[in-house]
Design a protein around this ligand. Structure first.
Ligand SMILES: *Cc1c(COP(=O)(O)O)cnc(C)c1O
Ligand code: SF4
Length: 422
């Protein structure tokens, strides 16, 4: 097994001397507030140490000083240097980082016999999200992670043996659900037989309505060994093959932020093995400053994904949580990057939707920027909505150069509300 690092054993990273003392201290300061974990594979194979700190995978995995507000950073740094208690500062900063965006905690929890079901979300009619408790961690953590609170011990899901029973009972009663989306953390961190506990029962006739099983994962980037040399790699590939042969569409929803993550021979071999199971690979990624805010990076990434057999699916706008200030881009810029990237690739890469924001009312895609009757506007489309009637409805917002999220936008043409606010 490869070694895993955090703030406590940072000094044992073989390449750490390539960072200055101040850079090392900065990692420790920020890691007090936000999760930090990185493994030897990422360090040795994905990061170009000649290009640190600008290297995109370094930015993706190592905490950066700019991720905290300058005042907060200085205060915390000073306390750490002086070996003073930091707990109260850390808690205060965390609370200021919008730990639970888009009503995730309160609005989407399904119930069974009037009991709330932990570890599940049912926001859009046809899709249920399932967060198996054993899958709520990752092989490394992304600096921009929007699920960061669960990795710092806040709001963690406890495993219970009745977890799969709850999931299956809920799905059995909800024939409108066609898609199960297993997510995390990273569900691929689970042992294969645990994953099988949730998924194999879906082959029974009462689950015929569950046509599609999606598994969200970043394991292709952070631990492609999962499909090659883990002791249950073969069992995992067998499980996927079996689900496909028995008529399920299995979609591996890969999370890839930069083409650098899928260049290693081992990542390419992992992709080949996954494709051999008959599963379909799709990719989704947020657009993140310092990591992939460049149309050429996206164009190259999509083209490479298509070549390897991964279908580009979503480009997301970074959510309004965590170190968003460091990673966010204005909406007009996100649209420009998408547009400049999509023009460079062939139609096979143009399956990617976005840039899209996952907001409280739904997923909102920026479709364009134009002028209508003398007013400059964003053309928006509701891709997914709590109310299924509203899906794919187009609407308009006043153009605003500073807007980074739906909350920053106002309806165009002097209207007082967006259509979904009625
Ligand atoms: C994106 C998302 C889905 C799936 O939407 P698709 O457009 O079908 O990919 C389901 N639930 C939630 C909460 C989501 O954010
Ligand atoms: S893989 Fe996903 S859940 Fe895990 S750290 Fe990255 S963004 Fe967060």
């Amino acid at each position: 097994m490869f070694k895993v690092y955090g703030a406590n054993n940072l000094h044992t990273i073989p390449q750490i001397h390539l960072l200055t003392e101040e850079q090392q201290l900065a990692i420790k300061v920020v890691a007090q507030v936000l999760p930090f974990k990185v493994n030897q594979y990422v360090i040795d194979e994905l990061i170009d140490w000649d290009n640190v700190p600008n290297d995109p995978v370094f930015q993706l995995t190592f905490p950066q000083p700019g991720m905290l507000d300058e005042k907060d950073y200085d205060e915390l740094r000073e306390h750490i240097v002086a070996h003073k208690e930091t707990k109260h500062i850390v808690n205060r900063i965390r609370q200021s980082l919008n730990p639970h965006p888009a009503g995730q905690q309160t609005l989407n929890i399904p119930t069974l016999d009037n009991e709330p079901l932990e570890g599940m979300q049912h926001k859009y009619r046809e899709t249920v999200l399932f967060f198996p408790a054993r899958g709520q961690t990752c092989h490394s953590y992304c600096t921009f992670c929007f699920r960061w609170p669960q990795f710092i011990g806040d709001n963690d899901l406890k495993f219970s043996s009745s977890e799969s029973t709850h999931l299956l009972n809920y799905l059995k009663e909800h024939k409108e659900v066609t898609d199960l989306l297993v997510t995390g953390g990273d569900p691929m961190i689970m042992r294969s037989h645990h994953l099988a506990e949730y998924l194999l029962p879906l082959l029974a006739p009462e689950f015929d309505h569950i046509q599609n099983i999606r598994i969200g994962t970043k394991v292709l980037s952070f631990w492609p060994q999962r499909f090659l040399t883990d002791k249950d790699s073969y069992a995992l590939l067998e499980l996927l093959t079996r689900l496909v042969r028995r008529g399920k569409h299995v979609a591996i929803m890969t999370h890839i932020n930069h083409w650098q993550e899928i260049q290693t021979p081992i990542a390419k071999e992992a992709i080949r093995r996954l494709r051999d199971t008959g599963a379909v690979l799709r990719s989704q990624s947020p657009l993140v400053k310092h990591i992939n805010d460049d149309p050429n990076v996206w164009a190259k990434m999509w083209a490479e994904q298509v070549r390897l057999g991964i279908i580009p699916y979503y480009m997301f706008i970074e959510r309004d949580t965590g170190a968003k200030k460091y990673f966010e881009l204005p909406l007009y810029k996100a649209y420009e990057i998408y547009n400049d990237a999509i023009k460079q690739v062939s139609g096979l890469s143009r399956t990617v939707r976005g840039p899209s924001m996952s907001c409280t009312p739904g997923k909102v895609e920026i479709q364009g920027i134009t002028e209508i009757k003398g007013e400059k506007v964003f053309i928006l489309r509701m891709l997914q909505c709590r109310n299924p009637e509203y899906s794919y409805q187009t609407f308009f917002a006043e153009y605003n150069e500073d807007a980074c999220w739906l909350d920053d936008l106002k309806p165009a043409f002097g209207e007082s509300k967006f259509f979904f606010e009625n």
